[in-house]
Structure formats: C-alpha cells, structure tokens
Design a protein around this ligand. Structure first.
Ligand SMILES: *[C@@H]1O[C@H](CO)[C@@H](O)[C@H](O)[C@H]1NC(C)=O
Ligand SMILES: *[C@@H]1O[C@H](CO)[C@@H](O)[C@H](O)[C@H]1NC(C)=O
Ligand SMILES: *[C@@H]1O[C@H](CO)[C@@H](O)[C@H](O)[C@H]1NC(C)=O
Ligand SMILES: *[C@@H]1O[C@H](CO)[C@@H](O)[C@H](O)[C@H]1NC(C)=O
Ligand SMILES: *[C@@H]1O[C@H](CO)[C@@H](O)[C@H](O)[C@H]1NC(C)=O
Ligand SMILES: *[C@@H]1O[C@H](CO)[C@@H](O)[C@H](O)[C@H]1NC(C)=O
Ligand SMILES: *[C@@H]1O[C@H](CO)[C@@H](O)[C@H](O)[C@H]1NC(C)=O
Ligand SMILES: *[C@@H]1O[C@H](CO)[C@@H](O)[C@H](O)[C@H]1NC(C)=O
Ligand SMILES: *[C@@H]1O[C@H](CO)[C@@H](O)[C@H](O)[C@H]1NC(C)=O
Length: 512
C-alpha cells in the first residue's frame, strides 16, 4: 500500500510540475504575441528609417543621387502669328501653340560631401538631350515671340525719368531692336546673343550688371549647377529627410517679408520625409520658382507599375491674392497692388524682369487672360495641372508632371516709340512639362513589398504566437485540472490530506 502511494505521488508531482511549466511558457508566448503586435511597427519603422537615411551604399542613396529614370522635358511655345497687325493695327494677338519639343534629361548629384550634422552638399547635374522623334520638329524651327530683354527694359523704365526713356528709345533705334524676335526653339531655350544685354554688359555699372550677355529661358541649365545645395540626409531627424538646409550656405531667401515665405526647406522633388498622410503638405523648392510650392493631397492613384500612390497637387488658391489665400501676404513686402490671382510674380528673383509664372493655358487664373489671345484652348486639368505621385510610406516620388507657364507682364510705355502701341498685357511665352514616368519595376516591387509585407507579417506572427500560446495553455490547464482531480481522489482514498488544498502542497507533504 505504501509503495503504491509513493509511486503515485512521485508520478503526479513530476507530471503536474511539468504542466505548470508548460502553462507558464504558454502565457509567455501569448504575451510575446501581444508585445510584437504593439511594437512591431515601431521596430519596422526604425529599420525603415535606417534604410532610408542617405549614405553611400544605401539603396535610397543610389536612387536619389543617380535616379534610374530619365525625366522628360517638353516645351510648348506660343508662336505669335500676327505680330505686325498686333503692333500696328491694335489687332487681338494671335498665337499658335507649337510643340512639344522634347528633351530627355539625365540627373545626377555631383561632388557629394557628407557633413557630421546629418547633411550632404552636392551640385545638381541635369543634362538635356533633344529628341527629334518625340518632338513636332527640329530644334531649329523658327518661332516669333516677344523680345523679353527689350520689353523687360521698357516696362521697367515706366517709372524712370522721361529723358531715360527717350535715351532708351534712341538706343533701341540704333540697335534696330524690335518688340518681337524671330528665333529658333533652341535659341529661345538655350540662349542667343542679345544686343541689349551685350550693351548693358559694357555700359551698366559693375554692381548692377546682368550676369550674362546671352538670353535664353534655359540658359546655362544644361550641365552641372554651380549652386552648392545642402540637404538633410535624415540622419538624426527623419522628419527632415530630403529637405533643403541651405543653398550656397544661405538658408533663407531675402526677397519676401517673412521667414516662412523665405524658407528653402522643401524637397527638390525626388524624395520627401516618409510617412506621408492625406493631411501632409509637401513642399517643393525650385530656384526659378523662387518660393516653396505647397502640394496638397488630391486623390489616391496607382502608378503604371501598380504601386498605390498618393497624388499631390497645388491647391487652387496656391497663387491666389492675399485676399483669397492669406498665406500669400508675405510675398508682397511692399503691400498692394497685388499680382492677379493665378500668377506668381518672380520679378524680384529674375533681375526685375516682369516675369509672371502661372499654370499652362492660364489654368487657375481668370479666363480673361486666356481669351485676350486667339489660339489658346481652355485649360484642362488632365493636361495642364501640376501633380506629383508619391509612395506614402517611404516618401519616394514615383511619377510627376511639373507644369508651368512663363508669361511676360508688359507695361505700355508711350514715350518709347518702338513699344508705344504694345498695350498692358500678360503675354504667354512658353509652357513646359517636366515629367517622370515612374521608377523601374524592381524598385517599385521592393516598395510594394516593404509596404504590404510588414502588416501581414505582424498579423501572421501575432496570430500564430497567440494561437499556439492559447492552445498550449488550454492543454496545460486541462492536464492540470485532470491531474489534480486524479491526485485528490487518490489522496482522498488514502485519507492523508483534506481535498480542498491545492495539488502542490499535498505533493510536498507526501514527499516528507
Ligand atoms: C511661327 O510663326 C511664324 C510666323 O507666322 C512662321 O513663319 C513659323 O513657321 C512658325 N513656326 C512654327 C514652328 O510653326
Ligand atoms: C493693318 O493696317 C494696314 C494699314 O492701315 C492695312 O493695310 C492692313 O490691311 C491692316 N491689317 C489688318 C489685319 O487689319
Ligand atoms: C551642417 O554643416 C554644413 C557644413 O558645415 C553647413 O553648411 C550646414 O549649415 C549645417 N547644417 C545645420 C543644420 O547645422
Ligand atoms: C547638353 O549637353 C550635352 C553634353 O554635355 C550635349 O550632348 C547636349 O546636346 C546638350 N543639350 C543641349 C540642348 O544643348
Ligand atoms: C561651392 O563649393 C565649392 C567648394 O567648396 C566652392 O569652391 C564654390 O565657390 C562654392 N560655390 C558657390 C556658388 O558658393
Ligand atoms: C487631418 O487634419 C485635420 C485638421 O487639422 C484633423 O481634424 C484630422 O483628424 C486629420 N486627419 C488625419 C487622418 O490625421
Ligand atoms: C511684380 O513685382 C515687381 C517687384 O515687386 C513689381 O514692380 C511689379 O509691379 C509686379 N508685377 C505685377 C504684374 O504685379
Ligand atoms: C475675370 O475678369 C473679368 C474682367 O477683369 C471680371 O469681370 C470677372 O469677374 C473675373 N472673373 C472671375 C471669376 O474672377
Ligand atoms: C482634357 O483632356 C483629356 C485628355 O486629353 C480629355 O480626355 C478630356 O476630355 C479633357 N477634358 C476637358 C474638360 O476638355
């Protein structure tokens, strides 16, 4: 009798202890599952941010420094077909939109210099190669456009002394300068020798000198920029990833009234701080735009490689007057009069030339600017809006169409006979589209994986751990209950211990 009892108690004690152990482990597994559920995304983001930070060898760095895509630059020119009647008979100006003239771009960041404070300095290289197959004609197609250097000079002289205007008139006469020029598309973009700029270079005092004697809308843009751009690598503060810190050591423009408007802290359009939501405002910085361009969420789209993306676009009041958009008040350091709605006055950044930027076909401006001309079709959001599709988790730009129109705001100056009949008018010159069609498939596949895999992994790992933990717990509890019952019935039968005491205690007692 005694031997059998001892054997039984030994068996039960070892047996039960094992299941207590199993129960403890299974609770641990369930807890681990819960911890992973809570912290998985934090850990994932730590890894993601580490991968994003720009440093030599990292994948984002390669994508950013030497993008594996060729942006396409398309130019449309408003060819003036009735220049003489417009000047002599006061006819409505007629323009014929010619284009696209297409250039394939190659971008690369040169002379990279990393700094200890989480920034990198570089010179942007952009090479434009003309592509005749994709264009409507060769680069040496001739177009008739307003003479920008001349009309800038005459418009600026509006408030100068009368004798200066008269002097200007005779100079224009001697140099035979006309209000419209006949130039090739290539010249208009990449530069032609302008007699007025050449003269200015020789006579104007050194401090006020224009830097060039050639004029072109894209003059000196083919090649490596001399500007030293410093931007944040994301090291230390991922929320500034890809934003500009300074250009040539200067971190604020000086043209505008407030720090906010003078800020350069935008993206160059290739990468943005990660974790973009529908509430995020993306800021683009472009030197020629002379300000940050805020982009707001428009809608969800899919890029050609089926990557879900967010489309961002400027708000409709982005170039609104301060009455329409109070945030634009700081672009008028001298107060009113305001530039009409839908235009942005870049005069202060373009050597005081009366250049106004707008969207193509005067999209978002009063339609009267467009109907002042014959030959400009109504703007169309699909063809003329400015947008950018970004991968929200990583902040990578997938595809984009950056579209802007360059206009000349001519002021009538009656003292100068050559332009006496040129009325006050906002004259469109060209509009362009800088387009990126999407990243290569191997990159977007990786992005898709990085976006969809973690939530799945989190769910699967958590579910698996909790399921296994609960199952083990169930088995352990069942075994324990059964074991306890068996033990207590055994002990009841031998009459050693009162039945209400927990199984372990009898076990210990039995041993002694
Ligand atoms: C632009 O207009 C001028 C004058 O009307 C014309 O001679 C020229 O061929 C036009 N250019 C193009 C590219 O159509
Ligand atoms: C412009 O005026 C001239 C002379 O006044 C005239 O010969 C010509 O037909 C006019 N052109 C148009 C398009 O009205
Ligand atoms: C980081 O260092 C670079 C180079 O010394 C400097 O141009 C830049 O202004 C610094 N940026 C910050 C945020 O300190
Ligand atoms: C830009 O420069 C490259 C060489 O650096 C040249 O091949 C190309 O034709 C140039 N493009 C234009 C539009 O001048
Ligand atoms: C850019 O940096 C280089 C080297 O540090 C310097 O020689 C050059 O003058 C800088 N350029 C400008 C425009 O500041
Ligand atoms: C977006 O911003 C608005 C107002 O600032 C806020 O009410 C809303 O909850 C935000 N939505 C998200 C998804 O963060
Ligand atoms: C553009 O800005 C310049 C400089 O502030 C100013 O003189 C000019 O009148 C403005 N032009 C328009 C059309 O608002
Ligand atoms: C557009 O301009 C015209 C004339 O300047 C004005 O009568 C009209 O109200 C403006 N339209 C809008 C929508 O502002
Ligand atoms: C805008 O252009 C697109 C593509 O060319 C066309 O499908 C659409 O109908 C146009 N919309 C309007 C309002 O003209």
């Amino acid at each position: 009798m005694k031997g059998r009892e001892k054997l039984w108690s030994k068996l039960s004690s070892a047996f039960l202890r094992k299941w207590w152990f199993v129960a403890a482990i299974s609770v641990g597994i369930v807890l681990l599952g819960i911890i992973i559920a809570i912290f998985f995304m934090t850990w994932f983001n730590l890894i993601l941010h580490h991968q994003l930070v720009l440093r030599r060898g990292a994948q984002t760095f390669e994508l950013w420094s030497k993008p594996p895509v060729n942006p396409i630059y398309k130019v449309y020119i408003f060819n003036v077909t009735n220049a003489d009647e417009f000047l002599n008979n006061g006819s409505k100006p007629v323009v014929n939109e010619v284009g696209p003239y297409v250039y394939i771009e190659t971008w690369e960041k040169k002379n990279l210099r990393f700094h200890d404070n989480g920034t990198v300095t570089f010179n942007q290289e952009k090479i434009y190669v003309f592509n005749e197959e994709m264009s409507v004609g060769p680069e040496d197609d001739v177009v008739v456009v307003p003479n920008i250097p001349m009309l800038s000079a005459t418009s600026q002289s509006k408030h100068a002394a009368r004798f200066l205007r008269l002097a200007m008139a005779s100079i224009l006469d001697i140099l035979k300068i006309k209000p419209f020029v006949e130039v090739s598309v290539g010249q208009l973009l990449w530069g032609y020798e302008d007699p007025l700029l050449k003269l200015a270079k020789d006579v104007v005092p050194k401090e006020q000198k224009l830097p060039y004697e050639e004029f072109g809308l894209m003059y000196k843009k083919n090649g490596t920029s001399k500007d030293n751009v410093t931007l944040f690598t994301g090291n230390g503060d991922i929320t500034k990833f890809g934003l500009i810190n300074n250009v040539n050591g200067i971190s604020k423009m000086t043209h505008w009234a407030t720090d906010k408007c003078n800020s350069l802290m935008g993206s160059d359009g290739s990468i943005f701080p990660p974790h973009i939501t529908k509430n995020t405002t993306l800021y683009l910085y472009d030197k020629d735009l002379c300000r940050l361009l805020p982009l707001k969420f428009l809608r969800e789209v899919e890029d050609p490689n089926k990557v879900p993306a967010y489309r961002f676009s400027p708000a409709h009041n982005v170039f609104g007057t301060p009455d329409e958009n109070p945030e634009n008040k700081c672009f008028y350091p001298k107060g009113p009069p305001y530039t009409p709605s839908g235009f942005f006055n870049v005069s202060l950044c373009q050597f005081d030339s009366p250049i106004l930027l707008s969207f193509p076909h005067f999209y978002l401006a009063n339609d009267s600017y467009r109907t002042a001309f014959d030959g400009i079709s109504p703007p169309n959001e699909t063809e003329h809006n400015f947008y950018m599709d970004v991968q929200p988790l990583m902040g990578a730009a997938l595809s984009a169409k950056g579209r802007l129109q360059i206009n000349l705001a001519v002021s009538q100056v009656v003292d100068i006979k050559q332009v006496a009949t040129f009325p006050d008018i906002v004259f469109p010159i060209i509009w362009f589209e800088e387009g990126v069609a999407g990243l290569p498939e191997e990159v977007t596949n990786l992005m898709n994986l990085a976006t969809s895999a973690p939530p799945i992994a989190r769910t699967v790992i958590t579910a698996l751990l909790i399921a296994v933990g609960l199952l083990l717990l169930l088995i352990a509890v069942w075994r324990l209950v059964r074991g306890a019952n068996r033990l207590s019935s055994l002990q009841l039968a031998t009459g050693h211990i009162p039945p209400q005491i927990k199984p372990e205690i009898p076990m210990c007692n039995v041993k002694q």
